[in-house]
Design a protein around this ligand. Structure first.
Ligand code: ZN
Length: 314
């Protein structure tokens, strides 16, 4: 059986040792002055999604050259392979790495170059989903244009960053253009905001929902009666890219037991297990699988299975 990961951020998955080595090379003080790199990035105690996202400024600082991005991408694919993954969908906001000597096209080239190295060595297939940053309308627009231009070198389009106040509808034109170009769309929704945001993602062409766990708020806890959005997601078997530990760390749920994954699976939703940010959440896909098993999620192993219809690989 083949396994896939659908939701994992490139800038959230650096190996701590690699982060330290690259910081040394660049003399990047915040990482060199801290006592323990893993602890520095650990966001398990953060109070909000915003606080969690702050950690990324420090990984992005290390992702400003072709070589560094290539190495980080290669290692991400290797680590996924080590965890038994055959199809790895990775995502990144490319403009975070653009500078005077690195074009957006070369950022994509560097990522794919790292992925190809891992593929040649180990046989793992990896592809990149481009993320527009939703707090910046112009960025989303630029990334959508880049996605269309680089269509053959990417596997999808997404918007990431703070969800509340930045509903998918604000980027309607970008999503339309991307959809017309036949590029796959997934949208972060139902994480920092609720059911309306998920509905809005569907209305704007999302074929999968990043997180999506707050769809549970559209299910009556007494009767299990589904609202309009939940019915649509269930009937159409829209994949939910669920990331348990990340949801705890961004303070969506107080503890693992409060996470709705088990109920969602029991109700028949099309749930996939994912990592989101391995470094910030100190996790791995095997660790997430262990947690799903601990929570008695039915057929846990199936949550990683490869599905040609839900994967963005063509
Ligand atoms: Zn994410």
């Amino acid at each position: 059986m083949y396994s896939m990961v659908l939701h994992d951020h490139l800038d959230g998955g650096l190996r701590p040792l690699t982060a330290f080595e690259l910081a040394k090379k660049l003399n990047y003080r915040p990482l060199l002055d801290c006592e323990d790199v893993s602890q520095f990035f650990n966001r398990s105690q953060s109070n909000s999604l915003e606080e969690y996202l702050e950690a990324f400024t420090h990984t992005i600082a290390l992702m400003q050259s072709f070589e560094n991005i290539e190495r980080i991408s290669y290692e991400a694919a290797v680590d996924m392979h080590t965890d038994g993954i055959n199809y790895y969908e990775c995502r990144y906001a490319p403009f975070y790495s653009v500078n005077d000597s690195l074009s957006p096209e070369n950022v994509i080239k560097a990522i794919n170059s790292g992925f190809k190295l891992a593929e040649k060595e180990l046989g793992i297939f990896s592809g990149i989903i481009l993320c527009g940053m939703r707090h910046d309308l112009e960025n989303v627009n630029l990334v959508s244009e880049l996605a269309i231009k680089e269509k053959d070198n990417i596997i999808g389009f997404d918007i990431a960053g703070p969800e509340k106040g930045y509903s998918p509808k604000y980027f309607k034109r970008s999503f339309l253009k991307v959809k017309e170009a036949n590029i796959n769309i997934t949208i972060h929704a139902g994480e920092g905001d609720g059911v309306n945001s998920i509905q809005d993602a569907l209305d704007n062409g999302a074929q999968r929902i990043g997180h999506g766990v707050r769809i549970i708020e559209d299910v009556d806890s007494q009767t299990n009666k589904l609202g309009k959005t939940a019915s649509k997601i269930l009937e159409d078997q829209i994949p939910l890219e669920v990331c348990i530990t990340s949801n705890i760390h961004t303070n969506m749920y107080k503890n693992y037991e409060e996470h709705p994954i088990k109920i969602l699976v029991d109700l028949g939703f099309n749930v996939y297990l994912n990592t989101d940010n391995r470094l910030m959440s100190n996790t791995s896909i095997m660790q997430e699988l262990k947690i799903a098993k601990m929570l008695n999620v039915k057929n846990s192993d199936e949550l990683l299975k490869y599905s040609a219809s839900d994967s963005f690989f063509k």
